[in-house]
Design a protein around this ligand. Structure first.
Ligand code: PLP
Length: 393
């Protein structure tokens, strides 16, 4: 018997549990001091009323023999897949409901999708980026190459002519940098993927934060993308579903590799290893896509974006370089005084009682950078910024 060696190759701790441990230690040593978190990558506003109402109604249905439901449809209920299609239609993207797979959030599918690809494939991952892609690929024992993000390319790396890879993870708006690819930049990626027979795994978990009408909110807004890309999205950040759990993955029928439909492979994989999201959750998600639901959730998104604007304003005043914060809930700043990410984390916690996330936790290129998020309450943001303005640097 041998265990999966990939697990031994993982870094010892997941970034956020390490941050939580350090904050716990600080609290234990400084019992009277209040800590404000701008590090949290989780939503804080409650579910939209229309979603709550839909879920309550669904619970009541489950309690009556005439309306009770057992296992749901394989890919998710048609009513929700249709609602996702209508949402895409508003973006100018035509999808068939059979191209949409309902899941329990983007994280699972972003890792599970690897099941349908050969072990020998080379995987390309942006650096810095959401750390779960790297960990899932290491666990699976895959070869990873990194795509360097830096101040020089505004943390939006592009392929060069000689770049070779089979699978590419792209995240836009990016976590942690808040950087968003333009249509022209995504077109370069799509053309590259088509020319090299590569598949793009496009994570659009934060698409609803994009306010600039010129920026793409789906890779399928780019010509040719249906032949080379799978898109992952989630209601976590767009509708406050981090605790409810619902997402969707789009695998277009046009996406064929080695003469095989990836849509059919993913259906086979999901129907074998996944038994769906609860009916109650799917009714709540459906409500989030109604005009009322979209409007109510937009109010929450605008609230977070206003937080981001306030944080960005304070950093500008302080002369600290940053990116993100206008079409994303993340603000990515350069640590002052050339401090390392963890040194700035400790300094900020000790001197201001503010928690953020060290950039190096998102990849080697994150060293010397730091992430603030906009998911706190307005009051906490204002108080944190007062402390930041008085930071003894
Ligand atoms: N993708 C990115 C870029 C994220 O930042 C997150 C969560 O923080 C996820 C996916 C996972 O989201 P979900 O809650 O849908 O699993």
């Amino acid at each position: 018997m041998k265990i999966n060696q990939g697990f031994l190759n993982l870094k010892d701790r997941y970034l956020f549990s390490l941050v939580a441990q350090k904050v716990g230690e600080y609290r234990a040593q400084n019992p009277g001091k209040e800590v404000i978190s701008l590090g949290i990558g989780d939503v804080t506003l409650p579910l939209a009323p229309v979603v709550v109402e839909a879920m309550q109604k669904a619970v009541a249905e489950m309690g009556r023999a005439e309306t009770f439901r057992g296992y749901g449809e394989e890919q998710g209920y048609a009513f929700l897949r249709q609602a996702v299609c209508s949402y895409y239609a508003r973006k100018g993207v035509e999808l068939d409901a059979s191209e949409v797979f309902i899941g329990d959030g983007a994280k699972s599918d972003l890792g599970n999708i690897l099941d349908i690809f050969d072990q020998e494939n080379t995987v390309l991952i942006q650096d810095p980026v959401y750390p779960a892609y790297v960990a899932a690929n290491i666990m699976a024992g895959r070869r990873i190459h990194f795509l360097d993000g830096s101040v020089h390319n505004s943390f939006l790396p592009l392929p060069h002519r000689d770049l070779r890879a089979d699978i590419v993870y792209l995240c836009s708006p990016n976590n942690p940098t808040g950087a968003v690819y333009t249509k022209e930049q995504l077109k370069i990626w799509v053309d590259w993927a088509l020319a090299h027979d590569a598949v793009i795994l496009f994570d659009s978990a934060y698409e609803a934060f994009i306010q600039d009408g010129e920026l793409p909110t789906s890779i399928y807004q780019i010509d040719g993308a249906k032949r080379c890309a799978i898109e992952f999205c989630s209601l976590s950040k767009t509708a406050g579903f981090t605790g409810v759990r619902c997402g969707y993955t789009v695998v277009p029928h046009e996406l064929i590799q080695g003469g095989v439909s990836l849509n059919e492979l993913w259906l086979r994989r999901q129907s074998t290893k996944f038994n769906g999201v609860s009916y109650v959750t799917q009714r709540g998600a459906e409500a989030a896509f109604t005009p009322e639901g979209l409007e109510q959730n937009r109010t929450s998104i605008l609230y977070y974006l206003e937080n981001a604007r306030l944080i960005a304003g304070a950093l500008t005043e302080l002369g600290i370089w940053f990116t993100g914060g206008s079409n994303a809930p993340y603000i990515w700043l350069q640590c002052p005084k050339d401090l390392s990410s963890w040194d700035f984390f400790t300094f900020l916690l000790d001197s201001c009682g503010i928690v953020g996330t060290p950039g190096v936790g998102f990849g080697r290129n994150g060293e010397g950078f730091f992430r603030f998020t906009a998911f706190a309450s307005r009051e906490d943001v204002r108080r944190a910024l007062d402390r930041l303005r008085a930071m003894p640097l």
